[in-house]
Structure formats: C-alpha cells, structure tokens
Design a protein around this ligand. Structure first.
Ligand code: NCD
Ligand code: ZN
Length: 344
C-alpha cells in the first residue's frame, strides 16, 4: 500500500500553551487535525467556564486564517471547583471535558487534587450530566517508584473512584503500561484511554542509554519495552476504547536541556507520519483511521469528521528539527527512524 485516505484526525490530548508559544504551536496542530482537546494546565490554570471562554478566544486568534480547526476546551479540576459552573459550561457547549491532575503529578499541577473526597460533588454532577473526566493517572506518593505510579493509581485511586461514581465517563490520559491498556480495554463503554505518539515509539532505554536524552523525557515517563509493545498492540488491535491523544507538550530547548528539565515531548508536527510508520510495521494501516479519527469522537459522542486526508508513501519526509517560537526553539520529536509517509 502506498496511499491511504482517512477521515481527518483529531487529537484528544494537546498542550497549546499561551502567548508567543501558542502562536507558534497552534498552526502545527491545525495543519493536520480537525479538533483537539486542549489541556488547561496554564499558569494560572483554566479553572472556570469564563477562563475557558477567554482561552478559546486566544487560541482562535492564534490560528491561521484559512483553518477550520476547532479547539475543544477543558477545565482544570481543583478542590474549589464549582459543580454548577462545570455543568453550565458543558451544557453551553463551551467545555468538552474536565481534567484531573493529582497535585504535583506533572507540569503545572500544583492546583490539582490532593483529597479526592473534596471533588466528590463535582464528580457526581459530571456523572449526572455526562461530562467526561480526563485523568492524569499517576500517584504522587513519594514512596512509589516513578515506573509503578500508573499501575498503583489504577488500583488505589481510579478503580475505587469509578466504583464510587457510577456513570462517570473517564478517559485515562496517555497510558504507558500494559496494566493501563488492559484496564482501559476491559472497562466498558464509560471508560476510554488516549495513547500518545511517542509512547508507541520509545521505551525507557531511549531516555537513558548512551547519555540522557531530555527530549524523550515526558510524564508519565516511558516504561519497559514490554509495555511499549502492549500499547502498540492496543492501538493497532482494533479496540474502540483507545484513541490518539498526542500529549504534544512543547517546552523551549533551554527548559528541556537543563539540570532539572521539563517533562514533555513535542510531536504535533510529525505525528501522522510517525503513526503511519508504526501501524504499517504492524500490518495495521487499515486500523489507523479507527485510532486517529473514529474511536475518539465515538467516545466523546461527537460526529466523526467528514473531511478526508491522504497520506502517501515515498522518499523520507523532511520535517523541521526545531520550531522557532517567541520563547525559544522547540525540538520536534525524533522517532529515531526515517518517515516515509507524508500528508498530501
Ligand atoms: C505535560 C506538560 O508539559 O504540560 N508534560 C508531559 O510530560 N506530558 C503535562 C502532562 O500532560 O503530564
Ligand atoms: Zn498532557
């Protein structure tokens, strides 16, 4: 096969940032994607419906004039979130989902949740109103090894939380383990999971062997090869429960290449070429559309995009090594192999 046509994909987990970074990043996603779930972990975070409306306007203003790209907004769940504000913002069509960060789990998560009992009224209201909860699924307990944090979160937090809130629709964001994939695929119609581009490509050796590679460091951190294999099997295996959420998370090079470097891989620019390569190797190119364009809208109860895009296989694709932004260069994720599929 040298040509494949799919419905225009969506990105169900994306960081666009704000200001000059937003201006540089928005076109990178809008070029190929129709919609994206926009993460709310700005400084300060997007907590209220009014803040989401203002951020949405800033995103629209940063987009190229000819684009039909639509940002789908999220609210950042805090222990002070007002259930009525969430339900109203969702009913108005302003907000698509709410994001739960355990406090301290990742970039700009300090305002996240420490005591899950405090957000019970919000979760109950969301279950009632059908508002999906996007979950960063890692415990932050210092005693728990960073490579075990996802599996422990499922047992200690996520499973009890779902049992206590029947009907709550949950997306496990950026799963990185076999445990996460197994749990997501056996959780019934109210549970889904996003998988990133980079977690289909790298394992923890890529970060640590032969010198430390800050541009492969993200959270949740990439795990052992057996877990990467499980993610590839889940993404290419035809389960409707998993869908693309790139978690493309730009940080400037100085902030990545540092003694205390930021977490995040920037994949918006070359994600579709990488995914085509990954799916082709598995003999699963015919399932790329389900992963990138169909399963996500089905979970979110939104129509799939009518527009199509075509990828063509040929000589290795050129993509920029870095994107210049007003806040310094951002390195584009290097999958470590040539990319032959280009979006035409
Ligand atoms: C994200 C970021 O930089 O905002 N970083 C990351 O490594 N994925 C935050 C997140 O999604 O955890
Ligand atoms: Zn993220």
């Amino acid at each position: 096969m040298t040509r494949i046509t799919l419905r225009r994909p969506d990105d169900w987990h994306l960081h666009l940032r704000d200001g000059a970074m937003l201006k540089a990043m928005a076109p990178e996603t809008a070029r190929h994607f129709a919609r994206a779930i926009i993460m709310p972990n700005l400084v300060p975070p997007v907590v209220t419906g009014d803040q989401a409306a203002a951020y949405r306007e800033r995103i629209l203003a940063a987009l190229p004039g000819d684009t039909a790209f639509r940002p789908l907004m999220t609210l950042y769940l805090t222990e002070a979130t007002d259930p009525a504000d969430v339900v109203r913002a969702h009913a108005d069509g302003l907000v698509t989902a709410v994001k739960l960060y355990p406090a301290g789990a990742t970039t700009n998560s300090a305002s996240g949740v420490r005591d899950f009992d405090k957000v019970r009224p919000v979760l109950d209201a969301m279950a009632e109103a059908g508002v999906p909860l996007c979950v960063h699924g890692e415990v932050v307990t210092p005693e728990v090894d960073i490579f075990d944090r996802e599996a422990v979160f499922i047992d200690r937090i996520l499973d009890p939380l779902r049992r206590a809130t029947p009907g709550l629709r949950v997306v496990m964001e950026h799963i990185t383990t076999r445990d996460g994939a197994d749990y997501a695929m056996s959780g019934g119609p109210d549970l889904g999971a996003t998988i990133t581009t980079h977690h289909l490509v790298i394992n923890r050796n890529h970060i640590l062997v032969g010198g430390i590679k800050p541009h492969y460091y993200c959270l949740p951190v990439a795990k052992r090869e057996e877990h990467r294999r499980a993610l590839v099997a889940a993404a290419t295996g035809g389960s409707g429960a998993v869908f693309l959420g790139t978690d493309s998370a730009p940080h400037s090079d100085p902030n990545k290449e540092s003694a205390c470097g930021c977490a995040g891989c920037f994949t918006a620019t070359n994600t579709l070429s990488i995914l085509a390569e990954v799916f082709e190797r598995e003999g699963a190119l015919d399932r790329l559309e389900a992963f990138a364009s169909l399963n996500g809208p089905a979970f979110y109860r939104l129509p799939a995009n009518e527009e199509r895009i075509t990828l063509e296989k040929g000589a290795p694709v050129d993509y920029p090594a870095k994107i210049e932004t007003g806040e310094g260069p951002v390195t584009v994720f290097d999958p470590g192999f040539p990319l032959h599929w280009r979006v035409v």
